[in-house]
Write a protein that binds this ligand. Structure first.
Ligand SMILES: Nc1nc2c(c(=O)[nH]1)N[C@H]1C(S)=C(S)[C@@H](COP(=O)(O)OP(=O)(O)OC[C@H]3O[C@@H](n4cnc5c(=O)[nH]c(N)nc54)[C@H](O)[C@@H]3O)O[C@H]1N2
Ligand SMILES: Nc1nc2c(c(=O)[nH]1)N[C@H]1C(S)=C(S)[C@@H](COP(=O)(O)OP(=O)(O)OC[C@H]3O[C@@H](n4cnc5c(=O)[nH]c(N)nc54)[C@H](O)[C@@H]3O)O[C@H]1N2
Ligand SMILES: [Mo]
Length: 722
């Protein structure tokens, strides 16, 4: 970025009057440091503020077929997109197009569809509240609820489980709770890499006497050898252990583990009977079922010995207030909703809701993924939301459910969705079953990507394809009424402002809000006459005013969000132990234990992130916390499994999925790395492994792809290794 630009940019990250770091959704403390960002936040900022540019000559040189063969690392390194580009039917190259012609092209395609449901409007969780609100408004004014988003692949299981259990699809803790906790459980989460600023909170809690338990097939750096991530040296290198107890559960073993813990807590009478009586429903059924689960199944399912489970249960029984944190290690399995409901069950028997220092904490990924959902980016909108939209804007929004991410892919494959629009993200490579998804995207008439940088989704496109380059978070966004600010909601439901301070990467860039409003105006013409797209685009306060009128809890939005630090949305379970469920109580769930039983030679593969990537954006080829240098095609295995398979560390193997639909799914050329992980477990990086995740392998109820439990086999590779 250059030293001056770097200094100017990084000093504004997560500061009052600055921009919200786009690397994760962890909240900012009230008393901020001069450097309220981490190593990986700095990488995310540098990636956006790069001086490299993708000029029109680049597209003349590289066909879409050429781009499709390039790695995400190479694509990302080309720099920022600078002007709108179009790939026309029959052509293999993108060429420049004016903004007005681009908008007219989208409008023309949308208006030619037989039904509005033949279009899908995808959102990645970096979109601001303002962009998300106008985007869903446009989709619904156009006539569809087809609003798939990255959340469908991320915390959807948490949203479903929490809504059923406690009546709100969000976590119930604040930073103060975390700092005041007696015990913090980190299940299926790697904060050292993915939420480094969380480590500072964990350290603060620890200094006040909290204990920390990690539940993970891997001992992840940061929690086992902590160093303040806000110092230059980062996390690794002789620090102290944050973790008091590491529970090496096998991949997908959490349901069995939590049932085992529940059984012990019941046996020991370590339950908060007052809380259970006053605030919950379904306890007796749950307790009866849990008492009946045999220890043999618990041990076999979790991959843990009874004494290991007892140690975990003891730590929970000894805690007066526990914060339960989790992320993708729990949400991306076939039984994720059941797993998360089991976490909630444990929190309920311990009375950990609406109590200081305790609560549920699904740690969100994308910096505004929670806010986007609050703004109505949801394929299954509740009736009250649609009623409020109708009242505010005077049109009839569609009432039937739309498509989520996996349903959208199927609909494209079957020719039921013809136009795909992506507000950010990298659908082609973030979605499961790369081969299937790629074929599906290619059958569409039009794909539109609103993007800051080049990625695979620009190469895997429809007959006509548009790249609409947009401003990033770090950049000054000037509209008719002057510079604009946007708002975001973090993982703990705090809504606050974000304002970029860098000169835009190109004078031709438009903001996401401006792009959506222009497409909407071009498409809808006189339809939805109650919506003034130009007014919203010219002054984002107009959008916030509409949000205030439509969405509960946003009273006096403008005034409150302009207060230092923003404001916290209401959270009934946390604020008053109020539960918006059918019984008005927090609900226990009883779900049968289902385990994935592997045949000899099979392994359970989880696909996760290296320290040098943000989702499909690859910053570098190292993963230094796990000791990996210059390569991403590696597969981590238990040394005994390597022996049993008659292989050796360093061997190159092809990974093949075991699945029942007759399709072959292979990812070739992975180097074996011996690693401390339970028997039968394998791990490899996403998105290189997305070809292995079957499109129909999704979680019950949430339909989330099972990116953390793919049954695979390995065989010696004939492919060259990169
Ligand atoms: N730097 C950086 N920051 C990011 C991101 C990024 O890519 N890079 N991505 C953002 C996004 S969108 C998200 S959703 C979050 C993701 O944050 P994480 O959820 O931390 O991301 P993953 O790398 O998928 O790691 C999942 C963790 O779960 C463990 N795990 C896997 N399977 C199981 C299991 O069956 N049981 C248990 N108990 N554990 C399991 C893995 O070993 C790993 O430690 O981070 C956000 N922040
Ligand atoms: N196998 C496997 N698959 C997974 C996962 C996994 O753990 N394993 N994790 C899943 C999860 S948790 C998630 S959240 C999804 C992520 O899915 P996505 O959100 O779709 O993917 P990203 O890689 O975050 O998107 C990166 C692209 O966003 C664009 N971009 C960046 N900043 C901006 C901006 O400010 N505005 C706009 N308009 N565009 C911008 C850039 O062009 C960049 O290339 O992937 C999911 N897929
Ligand atoms: Mo995510």
């Amino acid at each position: 970025m250059g030293p001056m630009r770097t200094a100017r940019t990084l000093t504004r990250v997560n500061q009052h009057g600055g921009f919200d770091c786009m690397s994760c959704a962890w909240p900012d403390p009230d008393h901020r440091h001069a450097a309220e960002f981490c190593e990986n936040g700095a990488k995310a900022v540098a990636e956006e503020a790069t001086k490299a540019r993708v000029a029109r000559t680049f597209f003349a040189e590289h066909s879409v077929d050429d781009l499709a063969t390039r790695s995400e690392y190479w694509l990302g390194k080309q720099g920022r997109l600078v002007e709108p580009m179009v790939k026309r039917p029959g052509s293999r190259h993108y060429e420049p197009i004016s903004w007005d012609d681009a908008f007219a092209t989208v409008a023309d395609h949308l208006n030619r569809l037989g039904s509005p449901d033949q279009a899908a409007f995808y959102t990645s969780g970096r979109a601001s509240n303002e962009a998300a609100f106008v985007y869903q408004l446009f989709a619904r004014a156009f006539g569809t609820n087809n609003l798939p988003d990255c959340s469908n692949m991320c915390h959807e299981s948490s949203g479903v489980a929490l809504t059923e259990a406690i009546g709100i699809g969000k976590g119930t803790v604040s930073l103060l709770d975390l700092h005041g906790a007696d015990l913090i459980v980190l299940a299926g989460q790697n904060p050292g890499t993915n939420h480094p600023r969380m480590l500072a909170s964990l350290e603060a809690a620890k200094r006040r006497g909290a204990r920390i338990m990690t539940i993970n097939p891997l001992r992840e750096a940061g929690t086992v050898n902590f160093r303040n991530p806000q110092t230059a040296r980062g996390v690794v290198g002789g620090g102290t252990d944050l973790t008091d107890l590491h529970v090496p559960v096998r991949v997908n073993g959490d349901h069995a583990l939590f049932l085992g813990i529940g059984r012990l807590l019941l046996e020991w009478g370590a339950v908060d009977t007052d809380f259970i009586e006053q605030h919950t429903s379904g306890y007796e059924d749950w307790a009866k079922a849990v008492r009946e689960v045999e220890w043999e199944r618990i041990e076999q399912g979790s991959g843990l010995k009874r004494d290991q489970i007892e140690a975990a249960a003891r730590m929970i029984a000894d805690s007066s207030a526990t914060v339960w944190c989790w992320a993708m290690g729990l949400t991306q399995h076939h039984n994720s909703v059941a797993i998360i409901r089991e976490v909630v069950n444990l929190a309920l028997i311990r009375g950990d809701l609406g109590k200081p220092g305790a609560g549920l904490c699904p740690v969100r990924g994308h910096s505004n993924v929670q806010g986007d959902r609050t703004m109505g980016i949801w394929e299954r909108p509740p009736a009250w939301f649609l009623d409020a939209l109708a009242g505010e804007f005077g049109f009839d929004p569609p009432r039937h459910d739309g498509f989520d991410t996996v349903e959208t892919i199927h609909a494209m494959a079957e020719g039921r969705v013809k136009v795909f629009i992506g507000l950010g993200g990298n659908f082609a490579h973030a979605a499961p079953d790369t081969g299937f998804t790629t074929d599906a995207l290619k059958t569409t008439d039009l794909t539109v990507q609103v993007s800051t940088k080049l990625n695979r989704s620009h190469a895997v496109c429809g007959q006509t394809a548009l790249i609409l380059p947009t401003l990033g978070r770090t950049e000054i966004d000037t509209q008719m009424t002057g510079p604009q600010q946007v708002t975001v909601e973090d993982s703990m439901s705090i809504v606050h402002l974000s304002r970029g301070n860098l000169k835009p990467a190109s004078e031709h860039l438009r903001s996401e809000v401006a792009i959506i409003c222009s497409i909407a105006a071009a498409t809808l013409g006189d339809r939805a006459a109650g919506v003034d797209w130009a007014a919203m685009c010219g002054d984002y306060r107009v959008i916030r005013h509409h949000i205030e009128n439509v969405i509960t809890d946003f009273e006096q939005f403008e005034e409150r969000v302009n207060q230092r630090g923003g404001f916290v949305l209401a959270n009934p379970p946390r604020d008053s132990r109020t539960f918006n469920t059918s019984t008005g109580r927090a609900e226990f769930a009883t779900s049968a234990l289902t385990t994935l039983d592997l045949q000899p030679g099979q392994l359970l593969l989880q696909t996760f992130r290296s320290h040098d990537q943000f989702n499909t954006t690859i910053y570098g080829l190292d993963d230094r916390y796990r000791g990996i240098r210059r390569g991403r095609r590696v597969v981590f295995l238990n040394p005994d499994d390597i022996n049993d398979l008659l292989l050796a560390a360093g061997d190159i193997v092809d990974v093949e999925t075991v699945w029942h639909d007759g399709r072959q799914r292979v990812a070739a050329g992975f180097r074996i790395v011996a690693y401390d992980t339970p028997r039968g477990c394998a791990a490899a990086y996403y998105p290189e492994t997305n070809p292995l995740v079957p499109i129909d392998s999704t979680a019950k109820e949430s339909n989330t792809p099972t990116s953390k439990s793919v049954v695979v086999t390995l065989r010696r590779s004939a492919a060259p290794h990169d």
